[in-house]
Design a protein around this ligand. Structure first.
Ligand code: KIV
Ligand code: ZN
Length: 519
């Protein structure tokens, strides 16, 4: 049997802290469940001291997800470690992840500490964390730009203090594969007690080399990879989970390693993350991009028809992209819909089926042929279990060139209906202003994303918005064949969330978060 590579997924920590990717607790829970279905080994659920939102998410994920190790990030201080363990204590398999910078650049300009001070702080932090739980990861931030002798010294010391995983981040994405592989190899050769810890990689993608560097590390003895779905993360992102996993699966001849990831869950994970964050995947993104398995050139199409092996090194089915043989349209019943969802890997209970069926029939009235992507979009946008304060009853817009757009919006709260109108810069802005007048919720739109999930004039558009209410960001998403309606429904979802989370407990405070991220 080949060596196993542990998959440490940091979508909910490094990924989530990057611009445009923030999620509230409910969204993180949804993603964590999907990561469990994907069968990653470790979920880094957040940085508990960074904000109340992060703390709550780590605690809720620890309480619910029992199939994976749950990690919480902390700086090398007792305050951070205590806060992390407070959230992690409910986990079946908790991991405290302590980090401190080890490069001279960071020591001098950021920490203003000597190497001796950082060494001592690291030993103390790991020894302190070890009293709380056994599974301790220690990260040498900016490892790839750290002095190798110092790196070896600190690694040996923290393993003696109880660290069980040693992570060597290429924090700024500076390393080349040969540098990064050599660093791992030197550490393996020189650190006497290295056999007591798992060596781990954490590669950023500033030069587009995160996955290549991770592979070079594995070849040289690393056995844990830190990565994210769709490669999200600080700046240019982290190593992409799907690319790393499929590289191992596709090239066992050159890479005799395996992971326990259920690759058929990859596409679902990717789609869910884009829906939750609004961070769309570029069309030509490896493995999960819309073009990853489409063949346009005549010669390629001819080859594919003769044998898929001519132009495909892996099948779309192997990452969970399924092609339907059954065409769904307005005459399809619940049974066909349920079956189709099952084929796509989603099992719906009767209530969920009813809910989605209503949406499906509305869509089928507008669109001749409903594609799998449409169904997934409907589903991902449907079940948020939010307390809904307002629903959209009707919307009329008047717009044109050289005139101010006007929108008339009718909302219902289940008991009463409310109608108001407003003008704005375009129909969407006008409708948002009308919603504001009705709900008295004054929001600031910070992000607006629209993407067509299928093609053609009747394509379904997926809209994701991020709106700040009282300094807290709320996300809203919706899918519709009408982009103005979709935009209004997405905004209304954000409004509803802000109303139901008035205490702002389940959301994150960007100001606090920013402060913690600046370490
Ligand atoms: O990039 C980095 O160095 C990190 C560490 C905190 C693990 O994210
Ligand atoms: Zn990072």
């Amino acid at each position: 049997m080949s060596d196993k590579i542990y998959i440490f997924d940091t979508t909910l920590r490094d990924g989530e802290q990057s611009p445009g990717c923030s999620m509230n607790t409910q969204e993180k829970m949804k993603m964590a469940r999907q990561l469990e279905a994907l069968n990653v080994d470790i979920i880094e659920a957040g940085f508990p001291i960074a904000s109340d939102g992060d703390f709550e998410a780590v605690r809720e994920i620890s309480k619910t997800i029992k199939g994976c190790t749950i990690a919480g990030l902390c700086r090398a201080t007792t305050l951070d470690i205590d806060r992390a363990f407070e959230a992690l204590q409910y986990a079946a398999k908790p991991r405290i992840h302590v980090f401190i910078a080890t490069s001279d650049i960071h020591l001098k300009h950021k920490l203003n500490k000597t190497r001796e001070q950082v060494l001592e702080q690291s030993i103390n932090a790991v020894a302190y964390a070890k009293k709380l739980t056994n599974d301790i990861e220690f990260s040498c931030e900016d490892a790839s730009r750290s002095d190798i002798d110092y790196l070896c010294q600190i690694i040996e010391a923290v393993i003696n203090a109880g660290a069980t995983t040693i992570n060597l981040p290429d924090t700024v994405g500076y390393a080349l594969p040969q540098d990064y592989g050599t660093m791992i190899s030197i550490i393996r050769g020189r650190v006497k007690n290295i056999g007591k810890a798992v060596l781990s990689t954490h590669c950023h993608n500033d030069l587009g080399l995160a996955v290549s560097n991770s592979i070079a590390a594995v070849v040289n003895g690393a056995r844990q990879i830190e990565c994210t779905i769709n490669g999200i993360g600080e700046r240019a992102g982290n190593a992409s989970l799907e690319e790393f996993v499929m590289a191992l699966k596709t090239r066992p001849d050159a890479l005799p390693f395996h992971t326990d990831v259920k690759a058929e869950e990859i596409y679902k994970s990717s789609r869910l993350l884009s829906t939750l964050t609004g961070m769309m995947v570029q069309r030509n993104k490896a493995i999960v991009g819309a073009n990853a398995f489409s063949h346009e050139a005549g010669i390629h199409q001819d080859g594919i028809i003769k044998s898929r092996m001519t132009y495909e090194i892996m099948t779309p089915e192997s990452v969970g992209i399924k092609h339907s043989t059954l065409v769904l349209g307005k005459h399809s019943g619940r049974h066909a819909l349920k079956k189709r969802f099952e084929e796509l890997g989603y099992s719906l209970n009767p209530e969920e089926l009813n809910n989605v069926y209503t949406e499906f029939t509305q869509l089928a009235d507008k669109k001749k042929e409903i594609l799998d992507e449409d169904l997934v979009a409907i589903l991902n946008n449907k079940f948020d279990n939010d307390e809904t304060s307002f629903t959209l009853s009707s919307l009329q817009v008047m717009t044109g060139t050289g005139v101010k757009s006007t929108a008339v919006v009718e909302l219902s709260d289940g008991k009463e209906t409310f109608v108001d109108s407003a003008t704005g810069d375009g129909p969407v802005d006008a409708a948002y202003n009308a919603i504001e007048r009705i709900t008295k919720m004054n929001g600031q739109l910070t992000d607006y994303n629209i993407k067509s999930v299928t093609w053609g004039g009747d394509a379904v558009g997926e809209v994701v918005v991020k709106v700040i209410f009282n300094d807290v960001i709320f996300t809203g998403h919706a899918a519709s064949t009408d982009i103005v309606t979709g935009s209004v429904e997405a905004y209304l979802q954000a409004v509803n969330r802000a109303i139901s989370a008035k205490s702002a407990k389940s959301a994150e405070d960007p100001a606090i978060k920013k402060q913690a991220n600046a370490v």
